[in-house]
Design a protein around this ligand. Structure first.
Ligand code: 1JT
Length: 256
């Protein structure tokens, strides 16, 4: 296992701090020999990633705002120049305006709807299209979703709609990139106390309810999500594509 990612170049988008799911994935993948490429949004995140990766070898850090085609083009041009080939992508990016996660869904503004869909769903297409050009040896793209795409979770609102679009996109992208031996899958994670989740009111109550009702009687950890990511990014999952895989301690299969 130690070197299943030896010589593999893996792009990780969405690390904000040490609580980020993307960081949990980086922590699982890095010891298995991967060269990691991180992207950040603002200066605060840049410093945060620099600090987190200070003791890691073979790391690059680039800026990328996924709402900008120019920044995406620049990112992939840099990766092409430095690495030539890309083997994996972790897309752990989502955004919705906080007012849209607090008010009722029908009150979502046109602009709020567009923003959430652009950053949380369209960005997967935008990244996949560019990644395809560099995945000349085949590859694996992994994104993160949440069950609010399928069932109503009061307050998840526009994010549920954006995640539904993301999950459908996973299937269409998987279909189109399959002939290039590029696989595309999503992990549907149980709730995790990340920086984004901290902005959600009653989130601690949600964590408690899910832990109590789940088959494993606990919430999921960054290690749980890291393990499934290693599986999806590596040849261990060579026959798996277009799937939404639940990593939620069993919660989604509980009836009552
Ligand atoms: C975003 C936020 C995407 C929080 C998210 C998210 N995906 C999952 N969560 C956590 C969550 C939130 C709610 C919930 C359950 C989990 C916040 C910023 C925008 C992107 O309700 C049951 C509301």
């Amino acid at each position: 296992m130690q070197d299943i990612f030896k010589g593999k170049n893996i792009l990780i988008m969405g690390v904000r701090n040490k609580w980020s799911i993307a960081w949990g994935i980086a922590r699982a993948v890095q010891p298995l020999g991967a060269n990691l490429i991180f992207t950040y949004l603002g200066d605060r995140e840049k410093e945060s990633i620099e600090k987190l990766t200070a003791n890691m070898d073979n790391v690059s850090i680039y800026p990328c705002d996924v709402s900008s085609d120019k920044e995406l083009d620049d990112l992939f041009a840099e990766i092409k120049e430095k690495y030539g080939v890309l083997h994996g992508v972790v897309h752990a990016i989502a955004f919705a305006k906080s007012e849209d996660l607090q008010d009722t869904f029908v009150n979502t503004s046109r602009d709020g709807f567009h923003t959430a869909m652009d950053i949380s769903a369209y960005s997967l297409l935008a990244v996949s299209k560019r990644a395809k050009e560099l995945m000349t040896e085949g590859g694996s793209i992994v994104t993160l979703t949440y069950r609010g795409s399928e069932k109503v979770y009061p307050g998840y609102n526009i994010m549920g709609v954006a995640k539904a679009a993301l999950e459908a996109s996973v299937r269409y992208i998987a279909y189109e990139l399959g002939p290039s031996n590029i696989r595309v899958n999503a992990i549907s994670a149980g709730p995790v106390k990340t920086m984004s989740a901290r902005g959600v009111k009653n989130f601690t109550d949600i964590l408690g309810v899910v832990a109590e009702k789940s088959f494993l009687k606990r919430n999921v950890t960054l290690e749980d999500l890291g393990g499934t990511s290693v599986f999806l990014l590596s040849d261990l999952s060579s026959g798996v594509t277009g799937e939404i895989i639940y990593v939620d301690a069993g919660y989604n299969n509980m009836g009552l």
